[in-house]
Design a protein around this ligand. Structure first.
Ligand code: ZN
Length: 337
């Protein structure tokens, strides 16, 4: 049977929600929600939205509609204001599927270049969940706050119809991942959120000769976000004195596989293309290996944070070959690739 998802669309009609930079939250919420619905429907999910146009839509009605629909998952789409930057997702204070949903959605939002403010809970004076949408809805539910409308930089992640669609689609990927943990959803990335990267050109991962390029980006533990994509040798990915915690890569043609080693930990499972990323947020990596099925060699190297130097180029894919099997030096944080 088809899975069911309820999408609450925050505010509407007389209630504009937050405003700023020429936007009304109710409009952004709707545009994002429609894109989210479209992606879910494309994947065979049955969706009910609290509204599909600009009309009054009180929270009490949303909650009633949702519980009558009896969905597998529910979310309420909002955007933020009040001075801040990035996305946050509220979940049920006792965790469970609501928290998993929140994390999956946040992960996907980060992949489109938005900063993360993390997962959130909020309780009332009775120790219950503060938000009615989370407290009163029977299905696992979350509230997504995509961006700060009143922040002139943060609004850039959703300030066009196309970007709103990307946000909605990202949210849908997080939902799909929660509904079907084994079905990996392709996330086609990436809009560059404004970052202040001051970097000089340097070498990095590349594929020899034939015009196949590698596009990749890394997760930065200090900025707590994905840095912009880098292609081949045009630049390196990473900011010196920051740790790389995860890598996300694809080829212009063919498939790329890669694995990351967590510092003080293990080699993580192999990742293919952008089906997933290699790494764990906020855990530095100290090893990386890459291969492709294009018949071409991938040359790659990493910059060590403490040694302050680039290691030699490598081409292998073998955890047991410390010379050429992977790039990195176990125990030493990687700060650029
Ligand atoms: Zn709102």
């Amino acid at each position: 049977m088809a899975k069911k998802v309820f999408i609450g669309v925050g505010h509407g009609g007389r209630d504009s929600g937050a405003t700023g930079n020429g936007f009304k939250e109710k409009d952004l919420n709707l545009s994002i929600a429609l894109a989210c619905r479209d992606e879910l429907v494309k994947n065979g999910v049955s969706v009910l939205m609290s509204r599909t146009k600009d009309e009054n839509d009180p929270l009490t009605d949303e909650i009633k509609e949702c519980n009558n629909f009896n969905p597998d998952l529910a979310l309420d789409i909002h955007n933020n204001s009040g001075g801040g930057d990035g996305a946050e997702v509220f979940h049920y204070s006792k965790g469970g599927t609501s928290k998993i949903l929140a994390q999956n959605i946040l992960n996907e939002i980060v992949k489109i270049g938005q900063n993360s403010r993390g997962l959130k809970i909020k309780k009332n004076i009775f120790g219950k969940d503060y938000f009615g949408f989370i407290r009163e809805i029977k299905a696992p539910s979350v509230i997504v706050e995509g961006a700060f409308i009143d922040n002139v930089k943060d609004i850039e992640i959703i300030n066009t119809a196309e970007k709103q669609k990307k946000m909605g689609t990202a949210i849908a990927y997080g939902i799909l991942k929660t509904l079907e943990p084994n079905v990996k959803n392709n996330t086609s990335v990436i809009s560059n959120h404004p970052q202040n990267n001051t970097k000089t050109n340097n070498l990095n991962t590349t594929v020899n000769k034939k015009k196949i390029s590698v596009k990749y980006q890394v997760w930065d533990d200090v900025l707590n976000c994905w840095l912009p994509n880098v292609t081949d040798k045009t630049d390196y990915a990473g900011i010196f004195k920051h740790d790389v915690c995860a890598v996300f890569a694809s080829l212009s043609e063919g498939n790329i596989w890669y694995k990351a080693h967590i510092k003080g930990g293990v080699w993580l499972p192999e990742v293919k293309n952008r089906i997933d990323f290699a790494g764990v947020y906020n855990k530095p990596i100290d090893g990386l290996m890459i291969k492709t099925d294009t018949g071409k060699t991938v040359c790659y190297r990493v910059h060590l944070r403490r040694k302050k130097k680039w290691l030699s180029w490598v081409t292998g894919y073998n955890a047991n070959d410390g010379n050429n099997g992977y790039a990195g030096f176990l125990g030493q944080e990687i700060e650029a690739i």
